[in-house]
Design a binder for this molecule. Structure first.
Ligand code: HAM
Length: 435
């Protein structure tokens, strides 16, 4: 029988690497708490219409990459629905904001999420079909200040802090403004007109995009198309005064806070809901998939989903890419080492004695684990040599528990880093092993 494997583009995450995932999530939660964000958990699948309307029918995500299926009605009270595994979380958060009328509080909602997303992309290093995002959204009625450029700068400053606290060095913040809906419409017209005489010389994808969604031409990575793209108009030239002032206020606040950025005129992002500020943080160590995170402002998304006016800004970090970056920086995978390995010693030929020593070892392990120590438990059927070998691989020290130790309450501990063997009273063992 053929063996079953994880589906292409999906992966099992195993220890010790999962310790790094946990560390990243713990750090992110701690930083989000300091900026007064609360956690939101939305469903992993939603009505397909949410993404078609929110993310945009013409985007690669919606047109090619979604996992969508017909969910047949099981009862008369149910309808057959078209459902989709979420390719991103912003649309779901805004749906929840509308559904629970969070705008009625009159306050800004500051929400973060950590969880899996699904896109049927071509898998490669840093690009998977199931991947995890750590993201956050700031959304609320305009009266709560949700449109203020200070919100954009605060989110970007938080990201710079979070990356620093994760220990990720050498990132670049690419910043741009895609303007208001009206600015974008104007820019689309200018781009469409500028593409007419040149698009025949561009790749087939660009020829299609020139008709369906000209902004996407700026995302093209085909080397031969780059000199042509460089001659196209820039979105900065289509921004009205209000959009220009908004962007200038964002950059002034970043300058004041000392967050470095570079203006990237071609950063238009792959989702249709963006208005004004857009950004990505990239990292040189990631190769082709170099975006650690992306985000921006989406002032019209709530209305697009049938909700009230609720400007917002947010981002999502690719957790898989954070892990890759840290693994590359930290030269080796994190090692998780137990504080001690307990080795029960007994007469292997005497089943009763063996059972008694194993039971005593379990009791000792329980005592030490309850004191907060990380303990690996051996087996009395091991010979001493085998116990030492197993302990050396998994723990910082070995605790020998034989008949004598059990009677006297004095245990023998060997610390591997020093090679020193010490007799320690059982009552002092937890403190000794923690030191
Ligand atoms: P996005 O740029 O599509 O934006 O994704 C954000 C990040 O998720 C990317 O920068 C990347 O690190 C990671 N990512 C995306 N696709 C994959 C993949 N196939 N494999 C591994 N990592 C991936 C969004 O999703 C927006 N919802 C962000 C946002 C929030 N904008 C406003 N609020």
């Amino acid at each position: 029988m053929s063996t079953l494997k994880a589906v292409r583009g999906t992966r099992d995450l195993l220890p010790p690497e999962t310790a790094l995932w946990n560390r990243i999530e713990t750090t992110a939660r701690a930083v989000f708490a300091r900026y007064n964000f609360g956690e939101i958990r939305t469903p992993v699948f939603e009505d397909t219409a949410l993404f078609a309307r929110g993310v945009g029918e013409e985007t690669d995500i919606v047109s090619k990459e979604m996992y969508t299926w017909e969910d047949r009605a099981r009862a008369q009270s149910e309808k057959t629905q078209t459902l989709t595994l979420r390719p991103e979380n912003t649309a779901g958060v805004v749906r929840a904001y509308i559904e629970h009328q969070l705008g009625n509080t009159g306050d800004l909602q500051k929400l973060y999420y950590i969880g899996p997303q699904f896109r049927r992309e071509r898998p490669q290093k840093g690009r998977y079909r199931q991947f995890s995002q750590i993201g956050a959204e700031v959304i609320g009625p305009p009266s709560a200040g949700s449109e203020s450029p200070l919100r954009d700068a605060e989110v970007l400053e938080m990201l710079a802090t979070l990356l620093d606290e994760l220990g990720i060095t050498g990132w670049t913040l690419h910043l741009n403004s895609v303007g208001s809906a009206a600015d974008r419409a104007r820019y689309n017209d200018a781009l469409r007109a500028a593409l007419v005489p040149v698009v025949g010389r561009m790749c087939v994808d660009c020829q299609r995009r020139a008709v369906t969604n000209p902004l996407r031409v700026l995302d093209c990575k085909v080397p031969e198309d780059q000199p042509i793209i460089d001659t196209l108009p820039m979105i900065a030239d289509s921004l009205d005064e209000a959009s220009q002032a908004h962007f200038a206020a964002v950059t002034a606040a970043l300058d004041a806070a000392g967050v470095p950025y570079t203006r990237n005129h071609r950063l238009v992002r792959g989702l249709d809901y963006y208005t004004r500020t857009t950004f990505e943080f990239t990292h040189g160590g990631l190769g082709a998939q170099n975006a650690l995170l992306g985000g921006g402002r989406y002032d019209g998304l709530s209305e697009m989903l049938g909700g009230p006016r609720a400007p917002g800004i947010g981002f999502a970090m690719g957790e898989d890419r954070l892990v890759l970056t840290l693994l590359a920086q930290e030269s080796a995978a994190p090692q998780v080492v137990a504080d001690a390995f307990i080795a029960p010693l007994g007469d292997a030929k005497n089943a009763d004695a063996l059972a008694r020593m194993n039971a005593a070892a379990l009791a000792l392990a329980r005592e030490l684990r309850r004191a907060g120590l990380r303990i690996e438990l051996g087996d009395g059927s091991f010979r001493l040599k085998k116990s030492f070998e197993a302990a050396d691989k998994t723990a910082r020290s070995i605790v020998i528990l034989g008949e004598d130790e059990l009677q006297s309450g004095i245990l023998t501990v060997k610390t591997f880093s020093t090679g020193i063997q010490t007799k320690v009273p059982r009552t002092e063992l937890a403190a000794f092993l923690s030191s």
